[in-house]
Write a protein that binds this ligand. Structure first.
Ligand code: AR6
Length: 170
């Protein structure tokens, strides 16, 4: 069975164990998917995030999901794209890896990822998708606990990129 799925839509509507938030280092909300998640979850999410004291790039932290239909939110911080020569690809892979590790530690079975860093942080979409898919596939190779990992894409460009990559190698 293929445990990697592609879905186009709003991640805040997903009924999974955890959605991943493309946050920033202070974890106090922002625009893009982060803003949408906080808006739907309500003020208690910000209250819990305030206690986390931020998060380093490539790392991840977990909270409850409050008014969201999922159970948990995994907040990770992707890199800001500065041209690719200062470790951005590794940091992006680490954001996906840390999120999956944390989900596994919490015995979560279904996780949905947005396209981390490809919005405000300007990471090139094609390269970001290759890293995201490669990292998740690699993690699943040595794992039999996850049931489904979904790439939740929002825009048509990312949808086309993911569809192509996922059908190419599957
Ligand atoms: N559901 C799914 N994906 C979404 C949604 C949504 N509701 N809204 C946007 N996207 P971005 P980043 C997609 O900018 O680049 C924030 O201010 C969007 O189309 O949200 O990692 C944080 O606080 C894009 O493909 O995150 C940080 O400061 C993807 O989500 C900073 O932006 C990521 O775009 C993080 O930048």
């Amino acid at each position: 069975m293929n445990r990697i799925q592609l879905y186009q839509g709003d991640i805040t509507e997903m009924h999974v164990d955890a959605i991943v938030n493309a946050a920033n280092k202070n974890l106090l909300g922002g625009g893009g998917v982060d803003g949408a998640i906080h808006r739907v979850a309500g003020p208690k999410l910000l209250e819990e995030c305030t206690k986390l004291k931020g998060c380093e790039t490539g790392q991840a932290k977990i909270t409850l999901a409050y008014r969201l239909p999922c159970r948990f939110v995994i907040h990770t911080v992707g890199p800001v794209w500065h041209g690719g020569e200062i470790g951005e690809p590794k940091q992006l892979a680490s954001a996906y890896q840390s999120s999956l590790k944390l989900a596994k530690e919490h015995q979560l079975k279904t996780v949905a990822f947005p396209n981390i860093s490809t919005g405000v942080y300007a990471f090139p979409k094609q390269l970001a998708a290759e890293i995201a898919i490669g990292t998740v596939r690699n993690f699943l190779k040595d794992d039999d606990s996850f049931e489904e990992i979904t790439f939740c894409v929002y825009d048509d460009e990312n949808y086309e990129i993911y569809e192509k990559l996922l059908t190419q190698k599957d």
